[in-house]
Design a protein around this ligand. Sequence first.
Ligand code: ATP
Ligand code: MG
Length: 540
Amino acid sequence: MANFIEEIIEADLAHGRETEITTRFPPEPNGYLHIGHAKAICLNVGLARKYGGKCNLRFDDTNPVKEEDEYVQSIIEDARWLGWDGEIFFASDYFEVMYRAAVTLIERGKAYIDDISPEDMKKMRGTLTEPGVESKYRNRPVAESLALFEDMRAGKIADGALVLRAKIDMASPNINMRDPIIYRVLKARHHRQGDKWCVYPMYDFAHPIEDAVENISHSVCTLEFEDHRPLYDWVLRECGDMFPHPPHQYEFARLNIERMIMSKRYLKKLVDEGFVSGWDDPRMPTIAGLRRRGYTPASIREFCERIGVAKANSEVEVGQLESCIREELNATAPRAMAVLDPLELVLDNVPEDFCEKLDFEINQFEPDKGSRTIELTKHIFIERGDFEVVPPPKYKRLTPGGTVRLKSGYIIKCTGYDGTPENVERVHAEIIEGTRSGEDNSGIKVKGVIHWVNCKAVKAELRLYDYLLIADDTAPDFNDRLNPESLVVKHGYAEEYLASAKKGDSYQFMRQGYFCRDSKEDGLVFNRIVGLKDAYNKKK
Ligand code: ATP
Ligand code: MG
């Protein structure tokens, strides 16, 4: 089914209003992209692909103060990773066009220079119920405004001393139309333009011009810009023949996800204050963080597809994002074993050099991949939680005198343990002959199958993540919702086979979840991507 923007495009094509579809993704380079941006990228790229058009990546770099080249590079990398492959543009390359457009507006009596202070501007803007008050400079002669605007550009005016305002309607019910500022003086170095400019255009004025310069047919943005659309249309209309085929803006609902932060400003704060290790910390909802965590581009695109494009804001369950990667990895990830919280187990009825080859299926959903060989040795590690001296009711794992199956191996019977019930040091068990996995006709029934690693296992660091925000969403501020347990580090053992995992490779660790070898650390570090089941809805 077509979403509402597709319906608009199809009608425009059918009626010949548009012949070529061009969309754009216009990030401001003031931070790394997050999953909300992924939604905007998938939507814009998807529209371009569907209708044989193109999607530009345009840096909305009109505010010199907050922007950095590091962000530009990361945004290009992340957008490409998600599947975008169009051309790159910079709004700052259009500063000359914007300046000319502003001059045109002044010449037509549609803009004027004001020397109003920010405080007065606020006071005189009026409210939702009261009209604004006109500035005494509103009817300043055109020639005077033109001369002052030139002085602004020439660096003769101090920051904030003068502004250029659109002359629209101080009584408009839409506050955005009450003579908004369209240019300001700012003596700041621009990341690409250097010191060439000391006047900078405001977003609402710059954005429609950027779209028009690039012949954007459908300018898709988030709902908070709906009230700005009349200004978007006004700018292009009043500039007249400068932009003979003005683009149109359409709004869709922003993506919000439970327990995730979707604001670059706040994510930057987490980075700057060291709450996370960087923009690519695997807990971050950034594309870089999700990639390092082990998400694939396909899983993120699938998520964006599933949540769809709506006209009303809402919050998506975080479980929806997780199921996309879980389903993908369930079908594709090789299985392996790692023990997070190791407890030694000795098989007392085999010799010291016992080493039996067993078949371990790589992925039951990919039978073509077959199996690989694993070795059972006399000394192995099991998960500390898989042994209980005094088992709680319905416990299905190992207990003194009890039996359990070692994954892909034998049924074993526990014969005792070293240490005290509070501090078990080692478990003793015996292999039950004739119960080898796949060849077992002993008729013995066990309730549990546990994972294990042999004595050749390698040390591994396993990083378990929880959400950055605690569930309580009544707290007034994100600061009060930061989850102090969002990262738990385990020092465990992984099969020797995993020592050769490449950075970024993902596996299902039996009974523990999906893990991805960290792409930054040189040691053997695995990030848990998601658990095996949708634990989130259970926890709630
Ligand atoms: P932030 O508040 O995180 O800084 P932003 O909207 O200021 O986000 P921009 O760089 O201006 O970030 O965004 C580029 C594009 O991505 C815009 O078209 C914007 O509408 C879109 N976008 C940003 N956040 C979301 C979101 N949560 N869901 C969908 N689209 C988004
Ligand atoms: Mg923004």
